[in-house]
Write a protein that binds this ligand. Structure first.
Ligand SMILES: *[C@@H]1O[C@H](CO)[C@@H](O)[C@H](O)[C@H]1NC(C)=O
Ligand SMILES: *[C@@H]1O[C@H](CO)[C@@H](O)[C@H](O)[C@H]1NC(C)=O
Ligand SMILES: *[C@@H]1O[C@H](CO)[C@@H](O)[C@H](O)[C@H]1NC(C)=O
Ligand SMILES: *[C@@H]1O[C@H](CO)[C@@H](O)[C@H](O)[C@H]1NC(C)=O
Ligand SMILES: *[C@@H]1O[C@H](CO)[C@@H](O)[C@H](O)[C@H]1NC(C)=O
Length: 375
């Protein structure tokens, strides 16, 4: 090889390396439930707050540290942030609230507001008390600050916004936010809440009001400056080990899955409508249902061995008891799709994040998160 060519090749490699080490968006703001919570609920004191800050949660996290993530290691929000080029996940909002200097730092890269147990509806965190396996305490009169609702998460984001504006000035803050990625992973708990409340509301009415409420949240965040939105749809929640547990034949609970499928349609329609109203809005919708059902049906194709039972838990499918130090724990965690009776393993979360990031239109539409970041 000629010297010059060799030099050019090196230069190209160097550019590729530098480029991939740099984040593609200035910041990431993460909202939602336990699938994206990186420690929010550690800051809540209510006895009924869903928590995951004890072993064996975090067993595959550096130093086997339980962090509050509902996973044996990192979750999808963490992996997605890594794929976007960040070294680590943005800190929980409560860390920033305690020290607003965080926002002043040039290294400010966003915040995570997601809170385990929350839903699209404000009542969802409260309503779950008393439902099978939801209340980690079952005392409805305790239902004070058990979760940070999505409404409250957006209110917290508005504080970050006003701090950003005070620091950067209105124009720079607006640019910063319009280029940042907003990632929503929420909705499963609303479906559980509806299904188990056996309310008289028809499924059509319920899905439509759930969609309407989601749309209001999105309008609020758009008003605050968001222009790049990633939405993770609802996975086949009827196939969670906690739900198979209730099916004598061991199958998934069909009605829960069907609600998830129908709500994906609602999300598609809602985002289509919002983007025709806000011309500069860009978005990517992850079809968590399609991704997950694919793995459930063909676990080996994706490097898994077990897609029905949880790694950590008790009872049938390890779906009948919570994951704690006295639960049964599987030996090979990387072989499992489910870590506990509701949540994916680190391996499954990594697969979900990369499918959202690189996936084709079956899994991420109209564009994937990589394209959204570059848009
Ligand atoms: C939780 O308790 C700590 C210590 O007592 C307190 O500082 C914090 O404000 C409480 N958090 C909430 C949300 O009440
Ligand atoms: C529920 O909580 C309230 C207030 O903390 C307490 O007075 C009551 O005894 C509790 N009820 C049960 C059934 O534990
Ligand atoms: C910054 O946010 C905090 C809450 O996190 C709030 O109390 C404070 O008023 C905000 N500052 C500005 C300038 O908006
Ligand atoms: C239970 O699983 C079977 C498949 O094994 C399915 O046909 C049935 O509809 C499921 N029951 C419910 C209540 O979803
Ligand atoms: C989107 O707009 C169409 C036409 O106005 C409407 O029929 C549909 O219900 C809207 N979708 C949602 C989810 O609101």
């Amino acid at each position: 090889m000629e010297k010059q060519h060799f030099f050019l090749l090196l230069l190209c490699l160097a550019i590729v390396v530098i480029h991939s080490a740099n984040a593609q968006v200035p910041a990431v703001f993460i909202l939602g439930d336990s699938t994206a919570d990186t420690g929010t609920n550690n800051f809540l004191n209510d006895s009924s707050t869903p928590k995951a800050n004890f072993p064996p949660y975090g067993i595959d996290f550096p130093h086997s540290r339980p962090t509050g993530r509902f996973s044996n290691g990192l979750n999808s929000a963490d992996f997605l942030t890594k794929l976007l080029g960040f070294k680590r996940s943005p800190v929980p909002y409560f860390v920033i609230e305690k020290n607003t200097k965080f926002i002043k730092r040039p290294s400010f890269r966003g915040a995570n507001f997601a809170s385990g147990g929350s839903g699209i509806l404000d009542i969802t965190g409260q309503q779950m008390l008393g439902l099978p396996f939801f209340g980690y305490g079952n005392n409805a009169s305790d239902a004070g600050k058990n979760v940070v609702t999505l409404s409250e998460q957006i209110e917290q984001f508005s504080w970050v916004c006003s701090n950003l504006t005070a620091i950067k000035g209105a124009a720079d803050a607006e640019t910063f936010l319009s280029k940042s990625l907003f990632f929503f992973s929420v909705g499963s708990n609303d479906l559980f809440g509806y299904y188990y409340s056996k309310s008289g509301v028809s499924r059509e009415q319920f899905l439509s009001s759930l969609g309407q409420t989601y749309e209001n949240h999105l309008r609020n965040i758009i008003k605050l400056g968001a222009r790049k939105i990633g939405i993770f749809g609802i996975p086949p929640v009827g196939c969670c080990p906690s739900q198979r547990f209730f099916n004598q034949s061991g199958g998934c609970l069909e009605e829960l899955n069907s609600l998830a499928v129908d709500f994906q349609g609602t999300i598609n329609s809602m985002m289509g409508n919002l983007s025709s109203e806000y011309k500069d809005l860009k978005y990517s919708i992850g079809n968590a249902y399609a991704m997950t059902i694919n793995v459930i049906n063909n676990p080996r194709l994706f490097g898994f061995r077990e897609s029905k039972s949880a790694c950590c838990g008790n009872g049938a499918f390890n779906g009948g008891g919570i994951c704690d130090s006295s639960a049964k724990l599987c030996p090979k965690r990387q072989h499992y799709l489910f870590w506990d009776m509701f949540h994916p393993t680190k391996a499954a979360s990594k697969l979900a994040a990369s499918t959202l990031f690189y996936g084709d239109s079956r899994f991420a539409a109209p564009i994937n998160v990589k394209q959204l970041a570059e848009a």
